[in-house]
Write a protein that binds this ligand. Structure first.
Ligand SMILES: Cc1cc2nc3c(=O)[nH]c(=O)nc-3n(C[C@H](O)[C@H](O)[C@H](O)COP(=O)(O)OP(=O)(O)OC[C@H]3O[C@@H](n4cnc5c(N)ncnc54)[C@H](O)[C@@H]3O)c2cc1C
Length: 346
């Protein structure tokens, strides 16, 4: 499936250079780069960007409509960051964004909520057509009305530009990013593990959520399984679902090292480890040091993965890149939450 777009962005060459730098800061590198164009390969398809004077030309090749919707939305989000009015000038050719609910959106129903420990809840959601959520990316955006009421919930819709439009005013949604801890498309179920922290809007909502409550799920987007081979993987409480899903998916015996940071009031629990993995439970405040103490079997093997609080993620991204000198394909460090405010992009 193909979609194309041509839009005036002022100096398109400068826009492209800045965009490439921005993606590089998130360890996303083009597979091909020339003076005025760049190509990216993603789990959702290929994006080709070309700058011609003031025109930015975009071509997307995706395997299906849900993947195309994801890439069209991400391109428009980037364009809107530099020019919020750009969406009005955008017109796609080929497969244009389909109006209505995004193809990668599902209305889900809360089936059960149960504590896995005193600091982690498991929410099982039920919905239709979940196979695409098992294929690309680990993360989803979950949402519910900020002010629940009797009237029907208004879910996000796709704008003609491809941007996802979230309702506002009385229909505003609380949107947070979570990890698909487990998924069983054959019976239409998804598990989400939620860290309980007082004062968190989503965390508090999940404490009182009842079977039958509706919740929107958009995605998947972002986050991927590191390649096989030796793996150093660490994070705080919010990364536990992703760490468990990633290590459970290992099929080789190269092994690795898991580091999990917990707060003093949080007790560790049993985690099944794949062959040749060791685990350290440390204080969250000691996570960066603990990750830095891990030595790979040799300098040219192994993947380093981390997720947690934004400052720790930034420190480790720099460490992986500048101290260990790991190429982008051997490292990942993601911010899952900030001390002030939330991270709404998946
Ligand atoms: C890609 C990705 C995947 C994620 N996966 C998961 C997951 O599977 N499970 C999970 O529990 N979280 C996960 N998170 C983190 C989660 O989105 C944030 O913790 C989010 O802020 C929680 O929303 P809230 O409404 O409960 O708190 P908010 O209302 O967003 O935050 C309220 C206050 O609490 C602080 N805060 C936020 N999270 C925490 C925390 N964990 N501990 C202490 N203080 C906090 C904030 O700084 C803010 O001051 C993920 C985040 C990303 C980006």
């Amino acid at each position: 499936m193909q979609a194309e777009l041509s839009v005036s962005v002022g100096n398109a060459g400068t826009w492209l250079d800045e965009h490439i730098r921005h993606l590089e800061s998130h360890d996303v590198l083009p597979v091909a780069r020339a003076a005025n164009d760049a190509t990216y390969e993603t789990d959702f398809g290929r994006i080709h960007l070309k700058a011609q004077n003031s025109e930015l030309q975009v071509r997307i090749d995706s395997p299906d409509e849900a993947a195309l919707t994801t890439l069209q939305g991400s391109i428009i989000d980037y364009l809107k960051e530099t020019d919020p009015a750009v969406a009005e000038r955008v017109s796609w050719t080929g497969v244009a964004p389909a109006p209505g609910q995004p193809k990668n959106f599902r209305e889900m129903t809360v089936q059960t909520v149960r504590p896995l420990s005193d600091w982690l809840l498991r929410m099982t959601l039920k919905g239709d057509d979940l196979a695409p959520f098992d294929q690309r990316g680990l993360h989803v955006r979950l949402m519910f009305p900020e002010t629940p009421g009797e009237r029907p919930v208004v879910w996000p819709r796709i704008e003609p530009s491809g941007a996802v439009h979230y309702p506002d005013a009385d229909d505003t949604l609380t949107v947070r990013v979570y990890t698909i801890r487990d998924i069983r498309p054959e019976i239409g179920e998804v598990d989400i593990d939620i860290v309980r922290h007082a004062g968190g809007i989503f965390s508090d909502w999940s404490e009182t959520a009842q079977p039958g409550n509706k919740i929107g799920m958009l995605g998947p987007g972002g986050g991927y399984f590191p390649p096989e081979g030796w793996l150093a993987i660490g994070g705080d409480d919010t990364a536990v679902p992703a760490i468990r899903r990633i290590i459970e998916s290992r099929t080789d015996t190269a092994g690795g090292h898991v580091v999990i940071g917990l707060h003093p009031h949080q007790a560790p629990f049993e985690i099944d480890l794949p062959a040749n993995f060791a685990i350290d439970w440390v204080r969250t405040s000691d996570l960066v040091d603990a990750m830095q103490a891990i030595a790979p079997p040799s300098a040219d093997t192994g993947f380093f993965w981390f997720a947690g609080e934004a400052e720790q993620a930034r420190a480790l991204r720099t460490y992986f890149k500048s101290e260990l000198e790991l190429p982008a394909e051997r490292r990942s460090s993601g911010a899952y939450w900030r001390r002030t405010g939330s991270i709404s992009k998946s």
